[in-house]
Design a protein around this ligand. Structure first.
Ligand code: G3I
Length: 322
């Protein structure tokens, strides 16, 4: 399937979320990443629990490995994520501080991490998943301790620490919940209008082969209408969204998935060039997808199969820019 590579064929940056262990130990994986992509995101290595194991300790080992790999191989690095309600170190969940101490915790983490990678990480998911599907603010530890104003301040702390890094608000559900989509768009529009340094919006797009084209179009074009850069930041297309324990991979499903990849790429390619920050898949192959272990089901969400071979989905991506 296809000749050349995604990075040669696509008119915008194309990336994947990487597992540092696989990058270090799996030659097939590493070589495929080198060949196909020109942007990388750490799947887990830049989350707070990975980088900041205790209040005064940072562990840069895996994240630095990924950044060095990217530099050696000419890849852009997108940072994920400075602030999230999940994957927090235990000490944060247990932190017994005043409002001012919580603010300092947020500020220090962001400034230290962004400062450490200044000039090496091109862009950051500053805040990840602050909204619920019904459009309300998630009642995260950050909202509980600091109120929703922490979002604007997180962007400002990141901007101060590296004025050249592009700053994104990242979330999921744009394509399946019109209510959530409207809330996300309102959040980023209000941030921008009040002078908060936000450059882009990340559409995770963990989607499914039978998501409607109309919903996918609405997600992409509504995000683009903000004028912000748009990153399809965590794309994968599930074939088994109903969690069948016995489903098998068929050419029919593979072709439906290819058509959906094609549609997403085609729609993304139709937004203004200056807003196309790129498209990143969440993981590299079906063998390393987060979906089967998370939902305990078989699935095949990515453009490469368990043997690192290109699937119909890969051709679908190429067809999207023909
Ligand atoms: O590394 C430990 C291992 O030592 C331990 O034995 C095992 C037992 O649970 O856990 C392992 O850690 C897991 C880690 O992935 C590495 O595999 C965590 O439990 C697990 O929670 C973690 O899941 C990650 C999840 O985010 C939570 O951080 C997934 O790999 C990662 O793909 C997923 O990514 C998220 C994005 O950050 C945000 N958007 C949604 C996306 C998918 O959920």
């Amino acid at each position: 399937i296809g000749t050349g590579s995604l990075k040669e064929k696509l008119p915008f940056p194309v990336g994947a979320a990487l597992n540092v262990g696989s990058l270090k130990n799996n030659t097939n994986y590493r070589n495929l990443v080198i060949k196909e992509f020109n942007s990388v995101t750490a799947e887990n290595a830049m989350k707070m629990n990975a980088l900041h194991p205790s209040i005064d300790t940072y562990n840069w080992t895996d994240a630095d490995y990924l950044v060095d790999f990217a530099k050696t191989n000419g890849k852009r690095v997108h940072g994920h994520t400075l602030n999230w309600y999940k994957s927090l170190p235990t000490w944060v969940n247990n932190f017994n501080g005043t409002t001012a101490q919580w603010e300092d915790l947020l500020k220090t983490h962001i400034e230290t991490v962004v400062g450490h990678f200044k000039g090496k990480v091109a862009s950051w998911d500053v805040v990840n998943e602050a909204l619920e599907d019904d459009g309300t603010y998630r009642n995260s530890i950050w909202v509980q301790k600091l109120g929703v104003g922490y979002i604007a301040r997180a962007f400002q702390y990141a901007r101060n620490a590296d004025p050249d890094a592009l700053l994104f608000y990242n979330d999921y559900g744009h394509e399946y919940s019109a209510t959530k989509r409207a809330a996300i768009i309102k959040l980023v529009t209000d941030l921008k209008a009040s002078g908060v340094p936000i450059d882009g919006i990340g559409l995770q797009m963990h989607t499914r082969y039978n998501q409607t084209d109309a919903n996918l179009t609405a997600a992409i074009t509504t995000a683009a209408a903000t004028g912000l850069k748009v990153h399809i930041s965590e794309l994968d297309i599930a074939l088994n969204p109903d969690n069948s324990p016995t489903l098998t991979y068929t050419t029919e499903l593979a072709d439906l998935q290819a058509a959906k990849y094609k549609f997403i790429v085609k729609t993304y390619n139709s937004i203004p060039k200056s807003q196309q920050y790129g498209l990143t898949t969440w993981n590299v192959t079906d063998a390393d997808s987060w979906i089967p272990p998370t939902y305990n089901r078989p699935d095949w969400p990515l453009p490469f199969d368990h043997l690192y071979q290109r699937k119909a989905a890969y051709q679908g991506i190429l067809d999207g820019v023909k």
